[in-house]
Design a binder for this molecule. Structure first.
Ligand SMILES: Nc1ncnc2c1ncn2[C@@H]1O[C@H](COP(=O)(O)OP(=O)(O)OP(=O)(O)O)[C@@H](O)[C@H]1O
Length: 362
């Protein structure tokens, strides 16, 4: 572990690869300019060995957050620790060592057009002063790992977007980093290519035990591979935790808005238009049934129908996977008589099925 320093005996026992502690970042303020607060009191830990997503809209502060990790920016107040080392306290040599231990991939790949695939991947190793034999020993297996074993002599202009990002990933891995930063790495790719790059990142995370911190504005990316997520809005972390928890029970309005449609939370207009809040005189109740964990594997819809002894209409739904865990949401309606409502409540309590009453209607 290249970053371990003698003054910190706890480095190997820490569970966080990156820790933001009360980080604020302001820009401007000189020559009469007004200051702009890009990050405001950010507290966040990035667990070792996991894939963590930071999601937010354009201008939320994602790039600033990532640039603080490799010391391209320094916090105005607070601390950024990488493997327990305070980035702001590093000497130039320490900063160079830090940057070699952090790989980075970009939305537009940032390959050198005049260099072949092999030479692009070799570049960080040349800069680090490795000899030709050592470079070859490192680059050849990396090309195989990213599936470009037969493209060594090709130039970036001869590659597809997905292949370019594979070169970017191999280059990022050349110095055997412990942390990979991904800045919108799939935003310029089509959905199918995005999926193949996300699969590759997942494989690398697992096989190389590499911590991944990715920033994105695409919920799909987080949902597909990130076990942990932080939602950033106007420079503040408004919500964070396990992706499954945040996506199935979003607490903040920004998260809810960004998730609309992704996890079956947005209802079709033909349903919302017939709903009202009052139970008074309503014929039917509209309920969202949420399946996850143990409840995703049981025949609970047929159980509900049997229990109530009336027809249950299924109106909308989604069955999906979030960060590798099954998740489903079904919107159903059934008669809103006192007896049936009470029996449904009992059924939900007994089975542990999570539900949400959406409203009442005809
Ligand atoms: N060097 C700088 N000087 C002044 N303002 C800056 C600087 N860097 C970033 N900002 C401002 O800080 C805010 C956050 O920018 P940042 O690039 O971190 O957002 P982002 O979430 O990555 O957005 P995007 O997805 O559009 O890249 C923006 O309003 C931006 O204009």
């Amino acid at each position: 572990m290249t970053l371990a320093v003698a003054s910190n005996p706890h480095t190997s026992t820490s569970h966080s690869m990156v820790a933001f502690e009360g980080v604020t970042k302001q820009f401007g303020g000189r020559d009469g300019q007004s200051t702009f607060t890009a990050l405001d009191g950010v507290d966040l830990t990035v667990p070792k060995g996991a894939i963590t997503g930071i999601i937010g809209r354009s201008g939320a502060g994602k790039s600033t957050l990532i640039r603080l990790v490799n010391g391209l920016e320094l916090p105005s107040t607070g601390k950024v620790l990488v493997d327990d080392v305070d980035v702001a306290g590093l000497s130039d040599a320490g900063l160079r060592t830090l940057r070699r231990s952090i790989g980075m991939i970009f939305q537009h790949f940032n390959l050198l057009a005049s260099r072949t695939v092999y030479d692009n991947i070799a570049l960080p190793l040349e800069i680090a002063g490795l000899d030709r034999a050592a470079i070859k020993a490192r680059v050849a297996p990396l090309m195989d790992l990213v599936g470009l074993g037969d493209k060594a002599g090709r130039y970036p202009a001869e590659l597809s977007g997905g292949q370019k990002q594979r070169v970017g990933i191999a280059r990022a891995l050349a110095t055997e980093p412990k942390l990979l930063l991904s800045d919108e790495a799939t935003s310029a790719l089509d959905p199918e290519t995005t999926q193949s790059i996300l699969d590759l990142l997942k494989t690398i995370n697992r096989d190389l035990d590499l911590t991944v911190l990715l920033i994105t504005h695409e919920m799909e990316v987080v949902k597909a591979i990130a076990s942990h997520v932080a939602v950033i809005d106007k420079g503040r972390i408004v919500e964070n935790g396990r992706t499954f928890d945040v996506f199935t029970q979003p607490q903040h309005a920004t998260t809810q808005a960004m998730l609309a449609g992704l996890t079956g939370s947005k209802l079709p207009i033909w349903i919302t238009s017939r709903l009202h809040d009052s139970q008074q005189g309503a014929e039917r109740v509209y309920v969202r049934l949420i399946f996850f964990g143990a409840t995703s594997e049981q025949p609970l819809v047929s159980g509900l129908i049997n229990e109530l002894g009336v027809e249950v209409n299924i109106l909308a739904g989604t069955i999906d996977e979030i960060a590798g865990e099954p998740y489903g949401a079904l919107v159903v309606s059934y008669p809103a008589t006192a007896d049936i409502l009470a029996r449904a409540e009992q059924f939900f309590a007994r089975t542990g099925l999570k539900t949400e009453v959406l409203g009442y209607g005809a």
